[in-house]
Design a protein around this ligand. Structure first.
Ligand code: NI
Length: 153
């Protein structure tokens, strides 16, 4: 496992659409493991592959309930709404309030290639939406109603 460099907000790779994973090979497994280590090292709750410079549809999330690995994730259901205070490892020093669904169901593949669904509410719903947005080149600052810079009001 290795810690990879997190790309920051001016890096144009963050604006590109990630490609679907067709075959879960050793490179994808290594990517998953490196992303988990990179996320933990940075004390984040989620990380998407474009953030480490890889344009593939791969996400890791840990909101404190254990590691979730998602390959080719899509949101298949959403309901309710919440105003979430978000930050992003690629946009240090900024946070913002984003309107998100209160509950989502995401469908993805695990590292064995098996399709599964995960129900996320509250913070997990936010993390799923935020990370899947990254796969489509969308950052939370695009959607934020207000943006705060650290040390400023
Ligand atoms: Ni982010």
């Amino acid at each position: 496992m290795a810690i990879r460099t997190i790309r920051k907000d001016t890096d144009e790779i963050l604006r590109k659409t990630a490609r679907k994973v067709e075959k879960i090979d050793e490179r994808i497994i290594t990517l998953l493991e490196d992303m988990a280590e990179t996320m933990r090292d940075a004390q984040g709750v989620g990380l998407a592959a474009p953030q480490v410079g890889v344009l593939r549809r791969v996400v890791v999330i840990d909101v404190g309930e254990g590691l979730i690995e998602l390959i080719n994730p899509i949101i298949v259901y959403e309901s309710g709404e919440q105003m979430s205070e978000e930050g992003c490892l690629s946009i240090p020093g900024k946070s913002g309030v984003v309107k998100r669904p209160q509950k989502v169901i995401a469908r993805a593949q695990n590292r064995k290639g098996e399709t599964f669904e995960i129900v996320g509410e509250d913070l997990l719903a936010v993390a799923l939406c935020h990370e899947i947005d990254h796969l489509n080149g969308i950052l939370f600052t695009d959607k934020a109603i207000t943006i705060k810079e650290q040390g400023r009001d």
